[in-house]
Ligand binder design. Sequence first.
Ligand code: IPE
Ligand code: IPE
Ligand code: MG
Length: 253
Amino acid sequence: MVYEASSKSEALTNVPRHVAIIMDGNGRWARNRNKPRRAGHRAGVKSVRASVEMAVQKGIKYLTLFAFSSENWSRPKEEVSSLMSLFIEALRREVDELHRNNVRLKFVGALGELNSGLRDRIRQSELRTAGNTGLCLTVAIAYGGRWDIVEASKRVAQKVADGQLRVGDIDDAEFSAGLQLSSIPDPDLLIRTGGEQRISNFLLWNLAYAELWFTDVLWPEFDENIFNEALSFYAGKQRRFGHTGDQIEAVEC
Ligand code: IPE
Ligand code: IPE
Ligand code: MG
């Protein structure tokens, strides 16, 4: 299937360039149906597919999905291993279609902590889609915002130790070059499903100026209406980045 721009989305104005999503609520979705948590995660994969398709249709350039946090390693062993199997299965089933739709797939996080089967799949899918020029889909696995910042700190510390960088020359740009999302713009809009209004150690640095939108809808129920609600919320925001509203309006005119 080839994802096409829908007529509905053509009417959208002020579409965010980069949308990041904390996909939460799979477990509760399953519990509400007396199903095991893994059934919720499986249902969540369908929402991933739908959200990617919608992002392409709406002309969003970057979509970043939080799939597994550094802290999620603390879940029961069976849940962690069923998630890892699901990631492998989803990659096996979805990469062809992503590739056909010109999607470029990238993974961020402490990928060295993953099992070698999943790491291989990740590497293959990144290589396969590396030349694509459409949606840039980033999946955060074994990712934590604090871990990301610590890793970036090690990079600048090493450069200083090697005499390649002076402490006084460390600035935002130099530091953020070592972050996992260094090659793409910061998220404009963060969506979190599942009712919680927290960041849960997602992109701590990169979300500095994101518009934040929360919904009680559980991730397996995420659909176009919900996505459109988030996008309308975003379209109504004046992003000031510390300036006054008058300054922004003067530039807009
Ligand atoms: C999000 O859903 C998926 C992952 C964190 C892997 P949850 O599994 O956190 O679902 P709830 O929050 O328990 O409902
Ligand atoms: C955040 O969800 C992580 C992902 C969606 C991958 P959690 O369910 O782990 O977050 P908390 O524990 O409720 O903050
Ligand atoms: Mg949760």
